[in-house]
Ligand binder design. Sequence first.
Ligand code: HEM
Length: 522
Amino acid sequence: TRISVAGVPGPKPSSWLLGNMPELFGGQVGEAEFKWQEIYGRLVCAFSVALQEDRLLLSDPKALQYIYQTSGYRFHKQPERIELTRLISGRGILWADGNDHKRHRKVMLPGFSSSEVKALLPLFFSYAAQLGTKWKEMIGNTADQSVVLDVTGWASRATLDAIGEAAFDYSFGAMENADNPVGSAYSNVFMDTFASPSDGSLFALSLLQYLPRCVREFLVDHVPSARLAHIRHTAKVTTTVARELVASKSAALLQGKGNRDIMSLLVKANASEDEKTKLNEDELFSQMRTIIMAGHETTANSFSWAILELARQPNIQSRLRSEIRSMERILQASGSYEFTTSDIDAMPYLTAVVKEVLRFHPVSFNNFRQSATDDVLPLSRPLTLSSGEVVTELPVPKGMKVIISIAAYNRNKDVFGPDAHTFNPERWLDGSMRKPEAPVGAYANLLTFAGGLRTCIGWRFAVLELQAFLIELVGNFEFSLTPEAMRIRREACIVMAPTVVGQRDKGTQLPMRVSVASREDD
Ligand code: HEM
């Protein structure tokens, strides 16, 4: 039987077999969502998928607050999508639902508290500085004292090493060796697996929901598939590294008392006798894989989008650099050379740029959920159904699948203003923004880190790492566009990554011209 929300406005299916899926999943991030929401209603619309089944596309703050927070776990993750999550990071926190999810979260939360994350600031600066040293060497070897380099590739190596040391006190060696096993296993894995899905793979993914879980798992793990080969290899490599790390460190960590670093928390949970906080061995390795993946691809891509926007608007880049340098001078005058989190909090323009990057380019751009029971979604704005009836609540049947568009939520003109589709850090400083009626997000009223019970556990980590990388690298380098960087696509491959139009075979890349920023004006 088809599950339907007949009457909710939305685009006509473009194909009987695939509905609107090719348009939604084949374009750049946000392309279809922004268009549909402009035409059919900015916050809620319906579209169709395989075999004409309805889906809701949501960015309504009240509905999302209900789904993420008020409903508890009544809007769980979709079964076919959960298989992809299992493939990426195993049966860890991103995969688990209900009480299992509570248990995973309880184990990990202490490692991501404000004080734990603040203590990582020197580590973030040290990896950003290592990146800067490499870039200076490359620039020094050129005749015109500038170099074109792939910002995403370099950022990914630096953030991989940073998460290795921060979470596991372990060096993946990515900065020194581009061919290190974990970095190589991750390189372009999301592009190879998820970018530009063929009609066949979209259809196959939709059919997975009709199969029993054991059959779904078997197919995802074993069906011959060129698309899945890379991600299966990545799973093997990262599980092996996780296993080796646990074998070499757990005895010492178990003896350490009171440690709140992530590796100690996980190892202790594995040894725990308490069912409410125990992780079995498979969950332990999955959790480590989740942290490695979520902890580096996301921030590396966010940093890349920041650099692209700063190169597109050199006035914003110069203003940010001026703020960084004047804070450096204040620190030097007081005899200090290291930024603290209070110094960073006292940098309004940096904060505005970071918020705007996270708003405009949310690297995790949509979430997939499904109602476990018949339910009613509250709405922020009245919705006119095709019958002409106007509703302020939307009944949804059991099993209704929704796509939460994080990208569209962050472009809500009611909240961010009429220029929500423009990159403009000024909006965070001039007091022009309104609060959403029902705040959902953990940071700056953005949905970038999702919300409610499943808010990104690493959001403080991500924001601070991004700030440190921008201070160190924008403070010291000037970034300008190359001809390729003028043709960047927001590639939709689970994590939104930059690719160059016409060079998709090269995978994710952000080729930028980089030179040492002059200090003459200081
Ligand atoms: C800009 C960077 C980041 C963005 C945009 C981001 C975004 C998100 C989003 C949207 C979710 C919800 C996913 C879902 O429910 O399906 C999530 C969950 C998660 N993130 Fe992040 N993330 C970022 C950085 C990080 C970092 C640095 C870490 C760890 C060091 C991390 C660890 C996690 C974990 C463990 C979860 C699962 C939380 C749960 O299900 O309870 N993330 N993230």
